[in-house]
Every structure is written in structure tokens, then in C-alpha cells.
Design a protein around this ligand. Sequence first.
Ligand SMILES: CC(C)(COP(=O)(O)OP(=O)(O)OC[C@H]1O[C@@H](n2cnc3c(N)ncnc32)[C@H](O)[C@@H]1OP(=O)(O)O)[C@@H](O)C(=O)NCCC(=O)NCCS
Length: 128
Amino acid sequence: MERDQNKLPQMGIDIESMARFRKILEDGGESFLNRLFAASEQQYCQRFMDPVPHFLGLFCAKEAVIKAMQDHYALLVSGIEIGHHKNRAPYVCKMLYQDKEIQDAFECSVSISHCEDYATAVAMIRKK
Ligand SMILES: CC(C)(COP(=O)(O)OP(=O)(O)OC[C@H]1O[C@@H](n2cnc3c(N)ncnc32)[C@H](O)[C@@H]1OP(=O)(O)O)[C@@H](O)C(=O)NCCC(=O)NCCS
């Protein structure tokens, strides 16, 4: 029996430099933040003494989702919103493609990690 490639889980991964992102955030300021992060994401990150690792973790998660989704839709960072469960585990709450919400058509998992120098994330997507 042939396997349906559309339904196979697809993975995506991203890693970014903390120092570089810190500089971009400093230079880009609020308009940069507003371009890339939803209000709820900004609220989550601003709760921390140093929000930058949390912003970069979210950015990596979005890039990882973009890679995992690329056989289906070409997404933009600004079209993906990551939320957090009560236990702080991240999840994809919104994926927008050309102004249409498509998250309900996919099972989507993300995992984020950060240290002093880097943030990284992986995403796994399966079409429902
Ligand atoms: C959840 C846990 C694994 C996170 O690991 P960490 O090394 O502290 O931090 P990391 O940088 O790897 O990961 C942080 C990210 O994990 C994610 N995360 C947090 N809690 C999570 C959970 N319960 N489930 C899944 N992901 C979680 C978040 O995305 C977080 O980043 P964000 O808040 O910026 O989005 C850790 O806090 C934990 O609970 N460990 C188990 C407790 C334990 O055994 N402690 C004793 C250690 S000796």
C-alpha cells in the first residue's frame, strides 16, 4: 500500500544566536517586535527579567513551523502565533496563510530550548 506523503509527519528545526538577536531587537525596537510577535506573545516574554531568550525561542519555534509546513503552505513568521499552556509548554495557537486560519487542519507540536548563547526549537506537523 502506498503511503500518503501529505499525512506523514514533517519536522522543522531552527537555531539562532542570542547576541545577534539582542542587537536586532535593540536596533529594531517596538516596531520590530510588533511585526514579528502577537500581543499575547509579547505579554508572555515581557514577564521575564530578560525577555530576549523567550522572544528568540518563539522566533525559532515559528521558523521551525515554517520548515515543517513548507510542503503544504509558505508561511510567514508574522502569520504564526505560539501560546503557552499553564505548565509553560508551548503550542501553536494560530497559523495564517493569506489571512486564512489553517491551524485546525494540522496536528502541530513545538518544543523550545534556550541557553546563554543560543535558542533553538523543533516542530512536528501532521496533516489531519
Ligand atoms: C521544563 C524544563 C524541562 C525546561 O528545561 P530548562 O532546561 O529549564 O529550559 P530550556 O531552555 O531547555 O527550555 C525552556 C523552554 O521549555 C519550554 N517549556 C517549559 N515548560 C515546559 C513543559 N512543562 N513542557 C514542555 N515544554 C516546556 C518553554 O517553551 C520554555 O521556553 P519559553 O518559556 O521561552 O517558551 C525544566 O524546567 C523542567 O521542568 N525540568 C524537570 C524538573 C527537574 O527534574 N528538575 C531537576 C533538575 S536537576
